[in-house]
Ligand binder design. Sequence first.
Ligand code: FRU
Length: 455
Amino acid sequence: GRCRKCNKFCKKFECCLEQSQGATPSAWTRQQAEQIRITSANAAPIIEEPFEDTAPDLWVWDTWPLREKDGSIAVLPGGWRVIFSLTAPRSVLPGKRHDIATIRYFYARDGQDWIPGGVVFPEGDALGSRQWAGSAFVENGEIFFFYTATGRRNEAQVTYEQRMAFAKGEVFSNLNGVLFNNWEEHSIILVPDGEFYQTQEQSSGGIIYSFRDPWYWIDPESGCEYIIFEGNTATPQQPIDRECNPENIGDGDFRSGNDVPDGSANFNGNVGVALLQSSDYREWELLPPILEADCVNQQLERPHIVYVGGRYHLFIVSHKFTFAPGLDGPDGLYGFVANDFRGNYVPLGEGGLVVANPPEEPFQAYSWIVLPDLSTLSFINYYNLDGVSLDQLPSLPEQFIFNRFGGTLAPTLQLSINGTETQIVNELAQGLVMESSTESAPFTPRCERDGNCGD
Ligand code: FRU
C-alpha cells in the first residue's frame, strides 16, 4: 500500500500524487501526425563510411549516459564519463541481438574514446532472460539503475514479457578507471496494471506490446520523482473492437471530415508515468500516461524529458512501421513541448518530427537520446540497403545482412530549439557525450516550498 508511516517522504509522495490527480494524457493526434515532413531542418546528414566500431567484437545499440540525479551528465572521480549500452556478440545476426541483449558499460575522459568496462551486472544477478533499455544515476558513490527485464530467467524459449527492474550498487572510480560492484538484490518495480497500461495478455491481437525503457526523471519544478516509460493504453475492449476517440483524431473540422482507416484503433502507444513512493527507489505508483498516441502510433520508445528554458521537452523514438494506417513518418526522433510536467504537450518540429533518417538512408540510425545540452546520441542501424526493405532482409544471405548493420554509436547531432521549431545544427564525433548540466532547480516539493504539505 501507500506510505505506512507519514514521514517526510510520505508527505512528498502524497503531495506529488495530488499534482497528478485528474490529469489527462495529452494526445498526439492524427491531425498533428499528418504534418510530419522530412525537411532540411530535421533530416540527419548521411552517415558516411568508414565509421568506427565502438566495440570491435560487440553490436552496440540503445545507449544512455550515467547521469546525476538532476539529469546532468555525471563526471566520476578520475574525470570519467560513462555510458551504458545494450550489447550482443557480433557473431549473431543483428536481428537476433534483442533476444540476448546484455547491458555493458564504457568510460572515457573525453566522452568519445570509449574504453570497454565489461558487463554491468555479474552473471545471474539481473532479472529477465535478457535486459533492455533503462537509465541510471549516481549519488554519493552509489549507482541507482533502472532497466527492462524482458522474458524470464532460464525460460525454455524466448518470450517477450516486459517488466521494469531496479538495482543499486556502488561506484568505484579513480584515475585507473571505473567499476560497479556490491549490487544489492534486484527488484521488479513495475508491471502493467491492465487499467492504464496494457498487459501482454490484453495486447494479444495488437501489433507489438511494450512496457519498457524506464527513464528516471526528477521534475525540477516540483521535486517529484518519476519513471517515464514506453507503454500501450489499456482499454476494456480487445484491440480489434476498439474505435478511435475524437480527441485522438484532431479538432473540429478535421475531426468531422476525417475517415479514419480501419485498423487504426489497434495502435495505442503511450508515454507512461510512475511516481516514486519509497525513498529506497523500489516502490512506485503507476499514474495515467502523460502522452498517448492512440490511433496514431504503436510505439513511443525510450521516452525522456529535457527541461530547458523553463519548459518540458518530451522526446520519443519511433519507427515507420508502427504508424497507424493512413499516417506516414520516418524512423526518427519525435518531440513535444509543454509548460508543465502534466501540461498539454504539443508537437515540436514538423508534426513532432525532430530528427529524421534521410530518405536515401531511411534506417541508418535509431534510438536517439537527447542530453541536457540538446546534443543527441544514437546508434548506426541498417545502412547501404539500396532499396531493400527491412522485411526482405531476413531472406538474404547472412553476409549481406552482416555488412549492412552498424551496431556502433552514430555521430552525435547537435539540436537547437526555439519554441516549437527545431533544427539539427551540427554533426559531431561518433558517440560523443559532452559534459552538460541541467538547468538549476530547487528540488523541493512544491507543497514544501509553499508550506502546505499537510501533516
Ligand atoms: C529501441 C528498443 C527499446 C528496447 C530495445 C530492445 O531501439 O526497441 O525500446 O528497450 O530496443 O533492444
